[in-house]
Design a protein around this ligand. Structure first.
Ligand code: F6R
Length: 241
Protein backbone atom coordinates (compact mmCIF):
# COMPACT_ATOMS: atom_id res chain seq x y z
CA UNK A 1 0.00 0.00 0.00
CA UNK A 2 1.21 3.45 -0.81
CA UNK A 3 0.97 5.79 2.19
CA UNK A 4 0.76 9.58 2.03
CA UNK A 5 0.95 11.38 5.37
CA UNK A 6 -0.45 14.90 5.38
CA UNK A 7 -0.22 17.75 7.89
CA UNK A 8 -3.94 17.86 8.54
CA UNK A 9 -7.47 17.11 7.33
CA UNK A 10 -7.42 19.93 4.77
CA UNK A 11 -4.28 18.66 3.07
CA UNK A 12 -5.62 15.07 3.12
CA UNK A 13 -8.82 16.25 1.44
CA UNK A 14 -7.01 18.34 -1.16
CA UNK A 15 -4.71 15.48 -2.18
CA UNK A 16 -7.61 13.01 -2.33
CA UNK A 17 -9.74 15.37 -4.45
CA UNK A 18 -6.79 15.97 -6.80
CA UNK A 19 -6.24 12.22 -7.22
CA UNK A 20 -9.91 11.49 -7.90
CA UNK A 21 -10.10 14.40 -10.36
CA UNK A 22 -7.00 13.20 -12.25
CA UNK A 23 -8.56 9.72 -12.60
CA UNK A 24 -11.89 11.20 -13.71
CA UNK A 25 -10.16 13.18 -16.47
CA UNK A 26 -8.80 9.95 -17.97
CA UNK A 27 -12.24 8.46 -18.62
CA UNK A 28 -15.64 10.00 -19.44
CA UNK A 29 -17.80 7.09 -18.27
CA UNK A 30 -16.19 6.96 -14.88
CA UNK A 31 -17.50 4.82 -12.01
CA UNK A 32 -16.85 6.42 -8.64
CA UNK A 33 -17.18 4.43 -5.41
CA UNK A 34 -18.26 6.61 -2.49
CA UNK A 35 -18.33 6.52 1.28
CA UNK A 36 -20.24 8.63 3.78
CA UNK A 37 -19.08 9.86 7.20
CA UNK A 38 -17.04 12.89 8.23
CA UNK A 39 -13.81 11.87 6.55
CA UNK A 40 -14.64 12.28 2.83
CA UNK A 41 -16.61 15.54 3.17
CA UNK A 42 -13.54 17.73 2.50
CA UNK A 43 -12.75 15.60 -0.55
CA UNK A 44 -16.31 16.02 -1.81
CA UNK A 45 -16.02 19.78 -1.30
CA UNK A 46 -12.84 19.73 -3.37
CA UNK A 47 -14.61 17.80 -6.15
CA UNK A 48 -17.55 20.23 -6.06
CA UNK A 49 -15.15 23.17 -6.44
CA UNK A 50 -13.38 21.52 -9.37
CA UNK A 51 -16.72 20.76 -11.03
CA UNK A 52 -17.87 24.38 -10.60
CA UNK A 53 -14.62 25.57 -12.19
CA UNK A 54 -15.26 23.20 -15.12
CA UNK A 55 -12.17 21.10 -14.40
CA UNK A 56 -14.17 17.89 -14.02
CA UNK A 57 -17.48 16.74 -15.44
CA UNK A 58 -19.92 14.39 -13.72
CA UNK A 59 -22.43 14.21 -16.58
CA UNK A 60 -21.42 10.68 -17.59
CA UNK A 61 -20.23 9.55 -14.15
CA UNK A 62 -21.96 6.71 -12.31
CA UNK A 63 -21.51 6.42 -8.58
CA UNK A 64 -21.88 3.47 -6.26
CA UNK A 65 -22.04 3.89 -2.49
CA UNK A 66 -20.60 1.43 -0.05
CA UNK A 67 -23.44 1.16 2.37
CA UNK A 68 -26.72 2.33 3.86
CA UNK A 69 -28.48 1.83 7.16
CA UNK A 70 -31.30 -0.72 7.22
CA UNK A 71 -34.09 -0.03 7.53
CA UNK A 72 -34.15 3.66 6.68
CA UNK A 73 -36.01 5.81 4.16
CA UNK A 74 -34.05 7.99 1.71
CA UNK A 75 -35.73 11.16 3.00
CA UNK A 76 -34.51 10.50 6.57
CA UNK A 77 -31.79 13.08 7.11
CA UNK A 78 -29.58 10.39 8.66
CA UNK A 79 -29.78 8.11 5.62
CA UNK A 80 -26.68 7.81 3.51
CA UNK A 81 -28.74 8.63 0.41
CA UNK A 82 -29.70 11.95 2.02
CA UNK A 83 -26.07 12.55 3.02
CA UNK A 84 -24.79 11.95 -0.50
CA UNK A 85 -27.40 14.27 -2.03
CA UNK A 86 -26.50 17.01 0.46
CA UNK A 87 -22.72 16.61 0.42
CA UNK A 88 -22.08 15.92 -3.24
CA UNK A 89 -24.82 15.05 -5.72
CA UNK A 90 -26.87 18.28 -5.35
CA UNK A 91 -23.78 20.38 -6.11
CA UNK A 92 -22.34 18.70 -9.22
CA UNK A 93 -23.73 17.89 -12.66
CA UNK A 94 -24.34 14.22 -11.93
CA UNK A 95 -27.57 12.60 -13.09
CA UNK A 96 -29.13 11.23 -9.88
CA UNK A 97 -30.43 8.26 -11.89
CA UNK A 98 -26.78 7.29 -12.22
CA UNK A 99 -26.14 7.36 -8.46
CA UNK A 100 -26.55 4.10 -6.61
CA UNK A 101 -26.85 3.83 -2.84
CA UNK A 102 -28.10 0.59 -1.24
CA UNK A 103 -31.86 0.77 -0.71
CA UNK A 104 -32.67 1.02 2.98
CA UNK A 105 -36.33 0.31 2.17
CA UNK A 106 -35.72 -2.93 0.22
CA UNK A 107 -38.47 -5.44 1.09
CA UNK A 108 -36.20 -8.40 0.40
CA UNK A 109 -32.72 -7.27 1.45
CA UNK A 110 -30.98 -10.47 0.32
CA UNK A 111 -32.43 -10.20 -3.19
CA UNK A 112 -31.54 -6.50 -3.20
CA UNK A 113 -27.92 -7.26 -2.27
CA UNK A 114 -27.61 -9.64 -5.23
CA UNK A 115 -29.00 -6.96 -7.55
CA UNK A 116 -26.61 -4.37 -6.15
CA UNK A 117 -23.62 -6.62 -6.71
CA UNK A 118 -24.85 -7.29 -10.26
CA UNK A 119 -25.20 -3.53 -10.78
CA UNK A 120 -21.53 -3.00 -9.91
CA UNK A 121 -20.57 -5.66 -12.45
CA UNK A 122 -22.93 -4.23 -15.07
CA UNK A 123 -21.20 -0.85 -14.68
CA UNK A 124 -17.92 -2.56 -15.46
CA UNK A 125 -16.61 -2.31 -11.92
CA UNK A 126 -15.56 0.72 -9.91
CA UNK A 127 -12.70 2.90 -11.18
CA UNK A 128 -11.84 4.58 -7.89
CA UNK A 129 -13.32 3.62 -4.54
CA UNK A 130 -13.09 6.16 -1.71
CA UNK A 131 -13.04 4.57 1.75
CA UNK A 132 -13.01 5.82 5.30
CA UNK A 133 -11.95 3.61 8.20
CA UNK A 134 -13.80 2.95 11.45
CA UNK A 135 -12.08 3.34 14.81
CA UNK A 136 -12.25 -0.46 15.02
CA UNK A 137 -10.78 -0.93 11.53
CA UNK A 138 -14.08 -1.48 9.73
CA UNK A 139 -14.52 -0.60 6.08
CA UNK A 140 -18.04 -0.01 4.83
CA UNK A 141 -20.00 -1.86 7.50
CA UNK A 142 -17.63 -4.82 7.44
CA UNK A 143 -17.02 -4.98 11.15
CA UNK A 144 -14.29 -7.01 12.91
CA UNK A 145 -15.58 -10.59 13.01
CA UNK A 146 -14.16 -14.10 12.76
CA UNK A 147 -15.66 -14.29 9.27
CA UNK A 148 -16.22 -11.49 6.78
CA UNK A 149 -18.65 -11.49 3.87
CA UNK A 150 -17.30 -11.29 0.34
CA UNK A 151 -20.25 -9.60 -1.35
CA UNK A 152 -22.98 -7.05 -0.61
CA UNK A 153 -25.01 -8.21 2.37
CA UNK A 154 -27.23 -7.24 5.29
CA UNK A 155 -25.26 -7.02 8.52
CA UNK A 156 -25.64 -6.04 12.18
CA UNK A 157 -23.74 -3.01 13.51
CA UNK A 158 -21.35 -3.56 16.41
CA UNK A 159 -21.89 -1.65 19.64
CA UNK A 160 -18.68 0.30 18.86
CA UNK A 161 -20.12 1.56 15.57
CA UNK A 162 -23.57 2.26 17.05
CA UNK A 163 -21.87 4.43 19.69
CA UNK A 164 -19.64 6.17 17.11
CA UNK A 165 -22.65 6.95 14.91
CA UNK A 166 -24.98 7.96 17.75
CA UNK A 167 -23.64 11.53 17.44
CA UNK A 168 -25.75 11.96 14.31
CA UNK A 169 -29.00 10.77 15.89
CA UNK A 170 -31.20 12.19 18.66
CA UNK A 171 -30.20 9.23 20.84
CA UNK A 172 -28.26 5.96 20.59
CA UNK A 173 -31.57 4.06 20.51
CA UNK A 174 -32.44 5.66 17.19
CA UNK A 175 -29.33 4.39 15.38
CA UNK A 176 -30.52 1.58 13.05
CA UNK A 177 -29.00 -1.72 14.18
CA UNK A 178 -28.45 -3.13 10.71
CA UNK A 179 -27.00 -1.99 7.43
CA UNK A 180 -26.61 -3.04 3.81
CA UNK A 181 -22.97 -3.00 2.84
CA UNK A 182 -20.65 -4.02 0.08
CA UNK A 183 -18.46 -6.95 1.15
CA UNK A 184 -14.70 -7.21 0.95
CA UNK A 185 -14.73 -8.71 -2.54
CA UNK A 186 -17.13 -6.01 -3.76
CA UNK A 187 -14.66 -3.38 -2.55
CA UNK A 188 -11.80 -5.31 -4.15
CA UNK A 189 -13.56 -5.08 -7.53
CA UNK A 190 -12.44 -1.44 -7.58
CA UNK A 191 -9.43 -0.88 -9.79
CA UNK A 192 -8.06 1.73 -7.42
CA UNK A 193 -8.81 2.33 -3.74
CA UNK A 194 -8.16 5.51 -1.76
CA UNK A 195 -8.54 5.09 1.99
CA UNK A 196 -8.67 8.28 4.02
CA UNK A 197 -8.18 8.85 7.73
CA UNK A 198 -7.88 11.91 9.90
CA UNK A 199 -7.47 12.45 13.63
CA UNK A 200 -6.01 10.68 16.63
CA UNK A 201 -9.14 8.55 17.09
CA UNK A 202 -8.16 6.69 13.91
CA UNK A 203 -4.53 6.13 14.97
CA UNK A 204 -5.04 2.61 16.36
CA UNK A 205 -6.97 1.50 13.29
CA UNK A 206 -4.27 2.87 10.97
CA UNK A 207 -1.55 1.21 13.02
CA UNK A 208 -3.34 -2.15 12.79
CA UNK A 209 -4.06 -1.72 9.09
CA UNK A 210 -0.41 -0.99 8.28
CA UNK A 211 1.29 -3.47 10.56
CA UNK A 212 1.84 -6.14 7.92
CA UNK A 213 -0.54 -8.65 9.49
CA UNK A 214 -3.82 -9.59 7.88
CA UNK A 215 -6.72 -10.24 10.21
CA UNK A 216 -10.49 -10.17 9.95
CA UNK A 217 -10.20 -8.48 13.34
CA UNK A 218 -9.18 -5.39 11.38
CA UNK A 219 -11.08 -5.61 8.07
CA UNK A 220 -9.01 -2.74 6.62
CA UNK A 221 -5.86 -4.90 7.00
CA UNK A 222 -7.13 -7.01 4.08
CA UNK A 223 -6.57 -4.04 1.80
CA UNK A 224 -2.86 -4.87 1.55
CA UNK A 225 -3.93 -7.77 -0.72
CA UNK A 226 -5.31 -5.32 -3.30
CA UNK A 227 -2.82 -4.20 -5.99
CA UNK A 228 -3.65 -0.48 -5.98
CA UNK A 229 -4.41 1.07 -2.60
CA UNK A 230 -3.35 4.54 -1.49
CA UNK A 231 -3.71 5.49 2.15
CA UNK A 232 -4.00 9.24 2.68
CA UNK A 233 -3.95 10.08 6.36
CA UNK A 234 -2.96 13.02 8.47
CA UNK A 235 -0.18 13.07 11.05
CA UNK A 236 -2.58 12.47 13.94
CA UNK A 237 -4.03 9.34 12.32
CA UNK A 238 -0.50 8.15 11.50
CA UNK A 239 0.90 8.90 14.96
CA UNK A 240 1.05 5.28 16.22
CA UNK A 241 2.69 3.77 13.11
C1 F6R B 1 -19.45 5.06 5.54
C2 F6R B 1 -18.56 3.95 5.81
C3 F6R B 1 -17.84 3.83 7.12
C4 F6R B 1 -17.01 5.07 7.42
C5 F6R B 1 -16.28 4.92 8.75
C6 F6R B 1 -15.55 6.18 9.15
O1 F6R B 1 -20.04 4.94 4.26
O2 F6R B 1 -18.44 3.12 4.98
O3 F6R B 1 -17.02 2.69 7.07
O4 F6R B 1 -16.10 5.29 6.39
O5 F6R B 1 -17.18 4.59 9.77
O6 F6R B 1 -16.48 7.19 9.42
P1 F6R B 1 -16.03 8.71 9.65
O7 F6R B 1 -15.47 9.18 8.35
O8 F6R B 1 -17.29 9.43 10.03
O9 F6R B 1 -15.02 8.68 10.72
Amino acid sequence: MKVIVTKNYEEMSRIAADMVAEEMKKKEEFVLGLATGDTPVGTYNGLIEKCKKGEIDFSKVHSVNLDEYYPITPDNDQSYRYFMNEKLFNHVNIDKANTFVPDGTAKDPDAFCKEYEAKIDELGGIDVQILGIGRNGHIGFNEPEAELYAYTHLTGLTQNTIEANARFFASEDEVPKQALTMGIKSVFKARRILILASGANKAEAIQKMLKDRISTDCPASLLCLHPDVTVICDEAAYSLV
